[in-house]
Write a protein that binds this ligand. Structure first.
Ligand SMILES: Nc1ncnc2c1ncn2[C@@H]1O[C@H](COP(=O)(O)OP(=O)(O)O)[C@@H](O)[C@H]1O
Ligand SMILES: [Mg+2]
Length: 315
């Protein structure tokens, strides 16, 4: 649904987006994760045919940017970082005005459906100027969807929202995916990317890595299995683990609540049964077994260096 080849955008001497190669399938939620200034908004503006690339190519919904810009603008909806709405008009008036400007017919049903989904229907006759940031964001999201686009670009959709509004917006995004739309979600919020996205592209001027949230954690850090024991591990236990297939490393860790073995295991699903059998055979009393994963935050820090991710309070 979205494909780019060497997509690049320069501003004067500065390269904001450098040779982006991407492929995003229909119906996918793709998270574009990167710190402020990474070039996320610039990428979205190119893909939505709002600015031209300096080099490279891209296709959106089968249309190539450049020649197919008209068709692309019809196929995509975009929620920008600063949704300009008319403060003195009501939510309804803003949306109808936008519909008229874009020659969209029969949009009242669409408006009703989205405002209801976003919990804003009751407030539709109030001027937008009196709305909270979250409420304005909901109007802007509805506006981006009035023409029922196949591809939706959401640029930091929950940034600056209170936790409850952020939650409504996130649920709404998940719902859009269920409708089969393709969603390109820019965020610097790891938790959001983790919860919503099928795949995440970690991006800072260049695409650093693309994978599922889970694979990002696992591929980078392997698989650590924690086995909690009722008693301190004995040399027997450690001996029993020697030479078991898939066990790469064994560490002992004493924690407040007991004694733990931390094992690096090739594939826990395959290798855990033999590991546990061996330990029990050597007399170990196992309390519980769990898999440790690196937090996405750590992955992000490791991939991007010392740029701290900007995490917001989450509900
Ligand atoms: N219109 C513009 N003119 C000059 N520089 C720009 C323009 N738009 C963005 N930039 C620069 O490009 C870089 C990437 O910006 P942006 O795409 O907004 O990043 P992000 O959305 O990831 O925070 C920044 O350094 C920004 O200052
Ligand atoms: Mg931005």
């Amino acid at each position: 649904m979205i494909r780019t080849e060497g997509l690049t955008r320069r501003f004067d001497d500065m390269v904001a987006v450098d040779g982006l190669d991407l492929e995003i399938a229909t119906g996918e939620i793709f998270g574009f994760l990167g710190p402020n200034g990474a070039g996320k908004t610039t990428t979205v503006r190119m893909l939505a045919a709002l600015i031209a690339p300096s080099a490279g190519k891209a296709w959106i919904a089968g249309h190539q940017i450049g020649a197919g810009n008209q068709e692309i603008r019809r196929a995509v909806g975009i929620l920008t970082e600063t949704p300009g709405l008319y403060a003195r008009l009501t939510a309804m008036e803003n949306l109808r005005l936008f519909g008229r400007l874009h020659q969209l017919d029969h949009i009242d049903d669409t408006i009703e459906r989205y405002l209801k989904m976003l919990d804003l229907w009751e407030r539709r006759h109030e001027p937008v100027g009196g709305f909270s940031k979250g409420m304005r964001q909901k109007v802007a999201i509805t506006r981006a969807l009035l023409h029922e686009p196949e591809v939706v670009f959401l640029d930091e959709p929950t940034s600056g929202l209170d936790p409850i509004s952020a939650r409504v917006v996130r649920d709404f995004v998940a719902n859009l995916k269920d409708q089969g739309r393709t969603i390109f979600l820019c965020t610097h919020n790891l938790d959001e990317a983790d919860r919503l996205c099928d795949r995440i592209g970690v991006f800072k001027r260049r695409l650093i890595r693309v994978d599922t949230p889970q694979a990002l954690r696992q591929n980078l850090y392997g698989h650590t299995v924690r086995i909690s024991l009722a008693h301190p591990p004995s040399p027997n236990h450690l001996l029993a683990l020697k030479g078991i297939d898939g066990v790469e490393k064994v560490e002992e860790a004493d924690t407040d609540d007991g004694h733990t073995l931390r094992l690096s295991v090739g594939d826990p699903q395959t290798h855990n049964p033999a590991i546990i059998t061996a330990l029990v055979g050597a007399g170990a009393q196992i309390r519980f077994v769990e898999q440790e994963e690196a937090s996405l935050e750590k992955v992000y820090m490791d991939l991007l260096g010392d740029d701290p991710p900007n995490t917001e309070a989450q509900p």
